[in-house]
Design a protein around this ligand. Structure first.
Ligand code: NAD
Ligand code: UD1
Length: 341
């Protein structure tokens, strides 16, 4: 019998790529998503890639009663992967309560039902944002958490604490928190990818939309940082590599291989690339010149951060495989296909 995995936020960017990997590994997938930042057509892409249909329920995880009813019906779920969250840093600064309510309310509802159903396993989407500007690079899981730069970042820190406290009080629950660095790119089929609503905040969709003629010019936020070329450095990880790590994490839980009830892993490549490196990689693979200009720094940006992913490499046996150029090509192919270019 295949194991039943509940994927919250499974229509979103990282969730949909993970659903594909889970279906390809013969898990039975149950998606809940309120479609607040995603489109139902993503389901078609998932089905085209895998030839399989995940179960889908439109559900707002903040709605306590609806979540209880869902779990009453689906009491035999084996594990949960919790992606559902709002993720815009700027919006979280303008509307903090919306972020605390959505990101923490949904987690609390989920955990309450896990307790009452004695559901054991949770994989949680965390972020490198909790390290702020680390004192040492590359940053490992032991690094101290820094004061969050935004309410969004704070929801990730608090969420990890909520999960830990819940596990301490209910030792049948085991969780793995995956701290993502900068997920980019799309599935090689170009049937699913990153679909930001409105004007993108993140670098790569801004790059591809500029090249596609939807945005006029990319603004590079700052060229006076203390880095090799003056622009910020990040650890850009291919979304398919990232998705695969979730399958490994779920198997680790299901096979009872965890060493602690709450485990934390950095998911990154271990390499830092500057904004200009990303632009150069894009120009090379797309054979297009990108229109960009330097502007002032963006407030809240850390100068440089990249992962020490040794723990994930050794303990999970997972490693990011796909390089920056191939990833930028996948992002460009997705943009072209989506725009019909
Ligand atoms: P996304 O917005 O594409 O996907 C999130 C999905 O959750 C969306 O489909 C949205 O409709 C859904 N959702 C939000 N609130 C919900 C609710 N209350 N009930 C039901 N569904 C809800 O985002 P993503 O990039 O796929 O991110 C997935 C997770 O990874 C998030 O928790 C995010 O904070 C985290 N993360 C993302 C990044 C990144 O750069 N993309 C980096 C670090 C961590
Ligand atoms: C941002 C969030 C972070 C979140 C992550 C994933 C901030 C301060 N941080 O990370 O909390 O976890 O997204 O959603 O918003 N850049 C440009 N021009 C652009 C866009 C970006 O130069 O138009 C630069 C940025 O200055 C940065 C790099 O590109 O140096 C990457 O930016 P982005 O994709 O927004 O990710 P982060 O800032 O790392």
């Amino acid at each position: 019998m295949s194991k039943k995995i509940l994927v919250t936020g499974g229509i979103g960017y990282i969730g949909s790529h993970t659903v594909v990997e889970l279906l390809q590994q013969n898990f039975e997938v149950f998606i809940v998503d309120n479609l607040s930042n995603s489109h139902i057509s993503v389901l078609e892409g998932i089905e085209k890639i895998t030839g399989k249909k995940p179960h889908f329920t439109k559900l707002d995880l903040v709605n306590k009663l609806a979540v209880e009813q869902y779990f009453t019906k689906h009491h035999d779920i084996d594990a949960v992967i919790h992606f559902a969250a709002l993720k815009s840093v700027n919006e979280s600064v303008a509307e903090p309560l919306k972020y605390y309510q959505n990101n923490l309310g949904s987690l609390i509802n989920l955990l309450s039902n896990m307790i009452s159903l004695k559901l054991n396993y949770l994989v949680f989407s965390s972020s490198c944002t909790i390290y702020g500007q680390p004192d040492r690079l590359p940053v490992n899981e032991e690094a101290p958490k820094k004061t969050p730069l935004s309410p969004y970042g704070n929801t990730k820190q608090i969420a990890e604490e909520i999960i830990l406290d819940t596990i301490n009080a209910n030792d049948f629950i085991k969780a793995i928190s995956l701290r993502y660095f900068n997920p980019i790119g799309s599935h090689p089929s170009s049937l699913i990818g990153e679909l930001p609503l409105g004007i993108p905040n993140n670098l790569v969709p801004y790059v591809t939309q500029t090249a596609a003629g939807i945005r006029q010019q990319l603004k590079v936020y700052g060229n006076d940082y203390n880095t090799s070329d003056g622009t910020c450095i990040r650890d850009y990880i291919n979304v398919v590599d990232l998705a695969k790590a979730h399958v490994v994490a779920v198997n680790r839980l299901l096979e009872n291989k965890t060493k602690e009830n709450f485990e934390v892993f950095n998911l990154g490549t271990g390499k830092g690339y500057s904004v200009l490196d990303v632009i150069k990689a894009f120009e090379k693979v797309s054979k297009k010149k990108l229109n960009y200009a330097f502007t002032e720094r963006r407030s809240g940006d850390v100068e440089q951060v990249w992962a020490d992913a040794t723990k994930a490499n050794k303990v999970l046996g997972w490693k990011a495989e796909i390089g920056l150029e191939e990833t930028m090509l996948s992002a460009w192919n997705w943009e072209k296909k989506y725009r019909g270019i």
